[in-house]
Design a protein around this ligand. Structure first.
Ligand SMILES: NC(=O)c1ccc[n+]([C@@H]2O[C@H](COP(=O)([O-])OP(=O)(O)OC[C@H]3O[C@@H](n4cnc5c(N)ncnc54)[C@H](OP(=O)(O)O)[C@@H]3O)[C@@H](O)[C@H]2O)c1
Length: 328
């Protein structure tokens, strides 16, 4: 697997999102999930993504178990800022909370240092300078190596970066979510020398073409409440997926591989920064299929056809049931 450099941090060109192993996308088999993480390391997919709020808390423990004895092979990313203690879900960027959350994550992961520590959601009640001052202290204390931010608007990224270098911005980016091309986030990252991490690069599984009806999802699956998976929007989005799948079939790759190859191809395209997707799966077989996408190269003609099949703004429906905490 090739590598990419996000800010000053070198990572595998494709990472592994671990969220769905614990929550949101139906129930997983924990032993298979651990095998998936270890298989990823075998294949050179060493950039692992988790967060304290996944589970909540159990996803970090799962990742910690899976990498025990192999810590040196891993670039470990986790996140703070959505407090789910006491069954709630409160965005918190206060310095005291940041310090507490970091210690708790280190303990759950069973490691001495976090390689990349993201602010998961921006707390608009706390100046981002205060949150990022605390992150700078964590770097100085050796508890984290790099800091990142998720779902932040360009001005917030700039303000954070002025306090402590932002190594990576993590935001949803895929053939059905091309917003970062349009809202200044990719341009801001390029200007400031910040790397870009693309979450949900398979469109939360939709771009695989395997979800044909909402009934394909478990009753407690988060996607049932996602506007893109509902009613008329679902049907319109199927048409987008079918256009992408047609190109994949012609190329002899799966729709998922094409979706991932497209995200990877955006790194360095035009003035873009490095772009690293972190596809999520809880299964070894999907992991192997996705890792192989790192070898899929797209021609200019294929990129042009994909731009046409899935242009900016093509998907129907919002990305979240409640968009108020997004892009702040
Ligand atoms: N910063 C944020 O706010 C934020 C938000 C969301 C996610 N993330 C991170 O980004 C990571 C990836 O995003 P995501 O998991 O939401 O979405 P994703 O990677 O776009 O899609 C994951 C879904 O695709 C399915 N899938 C994976 N590979 C497949 C394949 N080869 N064929 C068919 N289906 C396949 C998975 O199925 P199985 O589950 O059955 O394997 C899962 O349901 C997460 O794990 C998390 O770490 C961050």
């Amino acid at each position: 697997m090739e590598t990419r450099t996000l800010g000053q941090l070198t990572v595998s060109a494709q990472g592994l999102g671990c969220m769905g192993m614990s929550e949101f996308y139906g129930t997983g088999d924990q032993a298979e999930a651990e095998r998936t993480i270890r298989r990823a390391l075998d294949l050179g997919v060493t950039f692992l993504d988790t967060a304290d709020m996944y589970g909540p808390f159990t996803n970090e423990q799962l990742v910690g178990r899976a990498i025990a004895g192999r810590r040196d092979e891993v670039v470990l990313a986790t996140k703070f800022g959505v407090d789910r203690r006491d069954g709630g879900r409160a965005v918190d960027g206060r310095p005291d909370y940041v310090r507490h959350a970091c210690d708790a994550s280190l303990q759950r992961l069973g490691v001495d240092v976090i390689d990349l520590y993201y602010q998961h959601r921006v707390d608009t009640t706390v100046p981002v300078e205060d949150t990022w001052g605390a992150l700078g202290e964590l770097v100085a204390a050796g508890k984290i190596r790099h800091a990142g931010i998720s779902e932040a608007a360009p001005e917030t990224i700039r303000r954070a970066h002025a306090v402590q270098p932002v190594t990576a911005v993590q935001t949803e980016y895929s053939l059905w979510t091309r917003d970062p091309e349009d809202d200044g986030v990719l341009a801001t990252c390029a200007e400031l020398g910040i790397g870009f991490v693309a979450y949900s690069p398979i469109g939360r599984g939709f771009l695989s073409g395997q979800i044909r009806s909402v009934e394909d999802l478990a009753p407690d699956d988060f996607r049932r409440s996602n506007p893109r998976f509902q009613g008329e929007a679902f049907q319109q989005n199927l048409a987008l997926v079918d256009r992408v799948r047609e190109i994949a079939d012609e190329k002899g790759v799966t729709a998922t591989q094409l979706a991932l190859a497209w995200v990877m191809a955006q790194g360095g395209r035009g003035s873009n920064p490095a772009v690293v997707p972190i596809p999520g799966t809880k299964r070894v077989a999907y992991l192997e299929e996705n890792a192989a996408a790192a070898d899929v190269r797209l021609t200019d003609e294929e990129l042009r056809r994909l731009d046409e099949a899935a242009p900016v703004g093509a998907a129907s429906g919002d990305r979240y049931p409640d968009m108020s905490g997004i892009h702040r």
